[in-house]
Design a protein around this ligand. Structure first.
Ligand code: URP
Ligand code: ZN
Ligand code: ZN
Ligand code: ZN
Length: 467
């Protein structure tokens, strides 16, 4: 027997248009839309009717960069797939693409299987995987073809973190050549890790151990240099490249220049770079450790270039890079040595709201909000049509969003498994009210009604962003 849900009276916003329309959901998919006043919806019957008057009806968010249960700096990120995806649902995100990790000396297969096992039966919302390549060799290059067949179509390589995830330029070029042939999308963490390690050593030798030095040694120029380099390597390979967590204005300039030349070069930024700055890293009493991530937060002046990049489409996507570590017991590992602070910030629950605040503040339009948070990440990573939009045939991943609600972000009220909020005390206009994941209500007027194991693995196609 089929189940039908009707969402009535709201303003439906997609990347392409805004329409006052009713939305009919049948068996987990969008069945039809009918503009208010057209009369079409009057004949519809439904098992459940959701009143969305004075609310937005938007596609569920697609967060294409999360790290649940992620090993880093001798510890693991504090959200696992259960707590992290539940928090994502609270924040209006209905799909995550997380990073499976290839350990050095091991096959991609082993890494991917370990991440399937971590996520299996735990997720409240749907999930896919990218693969981190930390050991590019003949075997792992061959394995890329197999991963693409099972829906892992994007691969992250690091010019940072020597000895851990780092790949040299030759390895990066070889992975890009492979991607040019098989349709894979190479994602890069672009910072010159070898040069940064020299600056880290020199800073520590001078007794510069506080969190703020994390921002000083990881220089914007070294992000720009690595961004330039991976763009050139991709050009040589004839492959597209997607640069993750762009924070420096100089790096945005590299992306913009390449795109002006017509190259298939893409970039993502994250809310922390748009709303936080080195002022946070400089907070006294080791509070700055809460803001240690890489690429690092930048001086506030960089934010204008990021907002401009989002408006001009030199940056296409906003993801969170959600990688939380508790202050107590985890960030504290780096007391007396900033280089030992685990890198990463919580944010999977905050992204849709912070980007709505950007609409309120006039940085982006409502449709651009949906584009950078839902539609473009879905297209970039081969999910569009199923995810990222509200249209007949799409999965019924839908958020009823109250644009007039006021909220104050806080660790006291958030649902992420971490003991602080990077946005503590921030006033935001707008709030998620109700969330559907494949037609099932997982947040019902700000109550969690979902369950671990509802979320399904989503095999992805190759990028739909080209052409
Ligand atoms: O600081 C960060 N970004 N931690 C997560 C790992 C990465 O580089 O994305
Ligand atoms: Zn990274
Ligand atoms: Zn990351
Ligand atoms: Zn369910």
């Amino acid at each position: 027997m089929s189940t039908r849900t009707l969402i009535r009276g709201g303003l439906v916003i997609t990347a392409a248009e805004e329409t006052h329309a009713d939305v009919l959901i049948e068996d987990g998919r969008i069945a039809a839309l009918a503009a208010h006043g057209s009369g079409a919806a009057e004949a519809w019957t439904a098992d459940r009717v959701i009143d969305a008057s004075h609310k937005y009806v938007i596609p569920g968010g697609v967060d294409a960069h999360t790290h649940m249960d992620f090993p880093f700096g001798g510890t693991f990120s504090s959200d696992d797939f259960e707590t992290g995806t539940r928090a994502a649902a609270w924040g209006g995100t209905t799909t995550i693409v997380d990073f499976a990790v290839q350990s050095r000396g091991h096959a991609l297969r082993a890494g991917l299987d370990a991440w399937y096992a971590k996520a299996d039966g735990k997720c409240a919302i749907d999930y896919g995987f990218h693969m981190i390549l930390s050991d590019v060799n003949e075997k792992s290059l061959r394995e890329m073809d197999l991963l693409i067949e099972e829906g892992v179509t994007s691969f992250k390589l690091f010019t940072a973190y020597p000895g851990v995830f780092f790949s040299d330029d030759g390895q990066i070029l070889r992975a890009m050549q492979k991607a040019a042939g098989n349709g894979g999308l190479i994602m890069t963490h672009a910072e010159n890790g070898l040069a940064i390690d020299v600056l880290v050593e020199q800073a520590l030798a001078r007794g510069e151990t506080d969190p703020r030095y994390h921002g000083e040694v990881r220089k914007a120029l070294l992000e720009a240099e690595a961004t330039h380099r991976v763009i050139k390597l991709a050009q040589v390979a004839g492959a597209p490249v997607y640069v993750v967590h762009v924070s420096a204005q100089e790096a945005v300039a590299e992306l913009a220049r390449a795109r002006d030349e017509g190259l298939p070069v893409f970039g993502e930024t994250c809310p922390q770079y748009l709303f936080l700055s080195t002022d946070n890293l400089a907070e006294p009493g080791f509070e700055g450790s809460k803001y240690v991530c890489s690429t690092p937060l930048r001086p506030r002046e960089h934010q204008a270039a990021l907002w401009r990049g989002l408006r001009t489409n030199d940056l296409q996507v906003v993801s969170t890079d959600h990688c939380p570590f508790c202050f107590v017991g985890q960030k504290e590992l780096g007391r007396g040595d900033f280089s030992k602070i685990p890198n990463g910030l919580p944010g999977v629950e905050n992204r849709m709201d912070l980007l709505h605040q950007a609409v309120v503040d006039g940085h982006i339009s409502r449709r651009r909000w949906i584009e950078i948070a839902c539609a473009s990440p879905a297209r970039m990573f081969g999910l569009y049509g199923k995810k990222g939009t509200i249209a007949p045939g799409a999965d019924a991943d839908v958020v009823i969003y109250d644009p007039a609600a006021e909220q104050v972000m806080s660790a006291d009220t958030h649902h992420m498994n971490v003991d602080y909020s990077a946005y503590e005390g921030k006033h935001v206009t707008g709030q998620v009210e109700t969330v559907l994941s494949r037609g099932e209500v997982v947040i019902d007027q700000r109550k969690f009604t979902g369950h671990a194991g509802h979320g399904a693995y989503v095999p992805r196609g190759t990028t739909q962003y080209l052409g």
